[in-house]
Design a protein around this ligand. Sequence first.
Ligand code: NDP
Length: 342
Amino acid sequence: MFGLIGHLTSLEHAQSVARDLGYPEYADQDLEFWCSAPPQIVDEITVTSATGQVIEGRYVESCFLPEMLATRRFKAATRKIINAMVHAQKNGLDITALGGFSSIIFENFDLSQLKQVRNVTLNFEKFTTGNTHTAYIIARQVEQASKQLGMNLSDCTIAVCGATGDIGSAVCRWINNRLDVKELLLIARNPERLQALQDELGRGKVMTLDESLPQADIVVWVASMPKGVEIDPTTLKQPCLLIDGGYPKNLGTKVQHPGIHVLNGGIVEHSLDIDWKIMGLVNMDVPARQLFACFAEAMLLEFEKWHTNFSWGRNMITVEKMDQIGEASVRHGFRPLLLETI
Ligand code: NDP
């Protein structure tokens, strides 16, 4: 049995989902209440592979909200993630994905030191960040969506916002190893980590977001921002492909401008309907088929019986591991979400 640990994108979102799920006692509560709410299993899931194999899973709502980071309630944020992991393990889940900010909190607050939680010894092998599959899907979206727009990658400048992160660095490695692109722009805040990435890649220009946007044909957004940034679409090239892989979204508002194409990044489409409710609650366009690639990674590990932390730690994702999870992804009927209409 696989597991998915997730969270909602804001307090407002959480209140409306609580109402929809039949938890009225959660619906009118403030952030303080969510800080003390325990994790809950709120969905039972059945997934059928393109091979015909059927697996079962559960969705664990951690009750973490990005506002907890924005308001520096770090203790509450870390408690949410650890308690959700304990809940997953106690419920016998063999491999569980840490969705959205869960793995970021786990790493940034060094939660691997908290192995013993009350009477439970956490077995980290039973958890995966899902970032290898997410990075693979975003890399394939770069390749395939640019083709949809008639862009020739060898003439394209690609900016990666969040380049030094776990997903961003993996996408940069793929671009560097597998694609022939004109220029790679690296955006993040910490200069040492940017320098280390540039040294590793042997290429890439370090830039601020404002400097890079007017130069980029493709922007990959994979920064861990609790709240999205506003961008002025008139400063962008036309055409420009914006692949927003953040959760919550890195782009604060819906960009609607001629020649600017926004694609939901790190999202896969399954070839068969999945029996669950949760993707409807996070406003996925086709909730029975579309899902976060990190969640799909837990499903792939269950299909393949690879009950191990396939994606773990930070900045260690290789293109070989992306290939491996990518082959499983195709075999079981997942494909990257692409642009709908051009
Ligand atoms: P990491 O924490 O490993 O990396 C985040 C990156 O963003 C770092 O390079 C960081 O560098 C940079 N960053 C953070 N804030 C800013 C800012 N204000 N401006 C510029 N750069 C910034 O995160 P992950 O790689 O694990 O995740 C990235 C995003 O992907 C998150 O939004 C996450 O929720 C989402 N995600 C999506 C999944 C999916 O299935 N679609 C799955 C998992 C994650 P620095 O701090 O130096 O600025």
